[in-house]
Each structure stands twice: as C-alpha cells, then as structure tokens.
Write a protein that binds this ligand. Structure first.
Ligand code: C5P
Length: 232
C-alpha cells in the first residue's frame, strides 16, 4: 500500500508556491492544495503543479446536495488530481455521489477521503451547536464507518485515531493524518500531535505536514528528515 509524506502548501499565491516547490529540484513531493490557494489562483495552479510532476491532494472538503457534489467532483477529477475529500456529514448518499462523479472516462479516479469531525470542533460545540449528543470519538468512528460503507478510500483523522479507524474499517482503509511535529519542533496551534515515526507505528498511511517543512530554514532538509522518520 502507498505510504507517503504530503506537504501542506498553505500559501496564498502562485509565486510563493512555485518558489517553494522549486527548491526541491527533481524531487517531487506529494503536495496538498487547500482552499486558500485554490480560491486565489483557480484550477490553473493545480494544472501547473501537476505539470511539474507532483502528486496532488486537493483539500476542498466538499459538502452540498449529492447532485451538486457529483458534478463538482467530475470537474475536479478532470484536473488529474490524485486525492480529494468531502465531509462525511454530507451523508452516505452524498459520499456515493461524490465517488460516482470522480470516475474518469478511462475508469480511473482520484482517491476519495472523508473528513469526519474537524479537529477544531470540540465535543462541547458538537453538543451545544450541532445538537450531536454522543461523545466525539464515537461520532468520528461512526462517520469513518459510513465513509467505508459508501466505498470511500479513507478518512482524514488524528494520527492518534488511526489504529482505531483501521480496526473498525479495515486495514486497507486509508488514514490521512495532519498534526505531525518533529520531537524538537514547535506545536504551533496543533493540539493532538505526534512525530512522523510514531504516526507510522500507529497506522498512518499519509502524513500531512505543513509548517515543520514550509517554515523551516531548510525546507528540503526538513522534508527529507520527515520522510526518513516516517519510513524508518
Ligand atoms: O502546519 P501544519 O502541519 O499544522 O498543517 C497541517 C495541515 O493539515 C493544514 O493544511 C491544516 O489545515 C490541515 N488539517 C489539520 N487538521 C485537520 C484537517 C486538516 O491540521 N483536522
């Protein structure tokens, strides 16, 4: 099974992103493009990074009625991305529609990953604002099972939840995990963090690493360190 380190390219402009990626030369890391860059630069930034030889996780977290998500996914899959995502809260019907929309004329499709509960949503907010009364871990696992039953490839989760997700949804069900920090680096605003090596041990398939690489004095060295620790 594919395991990899994905760099979160949380930049707001094409220039800054390409300057950052240019430092990697012939090494072409798997990158994550989020809403900020996509909304600033549009689909052309995806095509451009793809032309340069990178694999792309397009992190747009779709959540709408099934028909709209299906059609939007059809557009995104034509960008030749490798991975994208939806909110599991959009229901199993929406997740199945997303999957259908992603299939290209040649039968291939990007990996489709579900977001369960955002890590910014506390159990208290879930209860008081969303009126979901179960404990947050139960909700996360239930959403992961819905995603697996809908045919999705995996979920975004904390590395600390990866083992549980796999025991419930199957070892082949992918876990894509942010919240990665080196043992000696700042945690920034992340709370539930772990190291690349520990994430691998617990069962992460793809680790998503942002600031420990993008804000490093030497981003290429930080990326290589991450890869080395993750693959052991
Ligand atoms: O800089 P840092 O390593 O914290 O970046 C992590 C990336 O993963 C960011 O792009 C962030 O938006 C994303 N992410 C996250 N936690 C989630 C889902 C996505 O940190 N639960």
């Amino acid at each position: 099974m594919a395991k990899d380190v994905i760099i979160a390219c949380d930049f707001s402009s094409r220039e800054r992103t390409l300057e950052f990626l240019g430092q990697f030369g012939e090494r072409k890391p798997f990158v994550k493009i989020g809403m900020e860059l996509f909304y600033a630069e549009g689909p052309e930034i995806v095509r451009e990074i793809k032309r340069r030889g990178h694999r792309i996780f397009l992190d747009l977290k779709l959540h709408d009625i099934p028909n709209t998500v299906k059609k939007a996914m059809g557009v995104l899959s034509r960008l030749d991305i490798d991975m994208c995502n939806v909110h599991a809260a959009g229901t199993a019907e929406m997740m199945r529609a997303a999957l259908e929309g992603l299939v290209r004329p040649d039968g291939t499709r990007p990996l489709l990953i579900a977001v369960t509960q955002l890590t910014s949503t506390s159990e208290e907010r879930m209860r008081d604002e969303l009126l979901i009364g179960t404990d947050i871990r139960y909700t996360i696992m239930h959403y992961a099972e819905n995603a697996a039953r809908s045919g999705l490839d995996g979920v975004v989760c904390s590395p600390l939840e990866a083992a549980d997700v796999k025991s419930r949804c199957g070892q082949g069900f992918l876990t894509v995990t942010p919240g990665i920090r080196f043992a000696d680096s700042a945690s920034d605003d992340q709370v539930r963090i772990t190291t690349p090596a520990r994430a691998r041990e617990i069962g992460s398939d793809y680790i998503v690493v942002g600031r420990p690489v993008t804000a490093a004095a030497d981003p290429v060295a930080a990326y290589e360190r991450c890869v080395k620790e993750f693959f052991g």
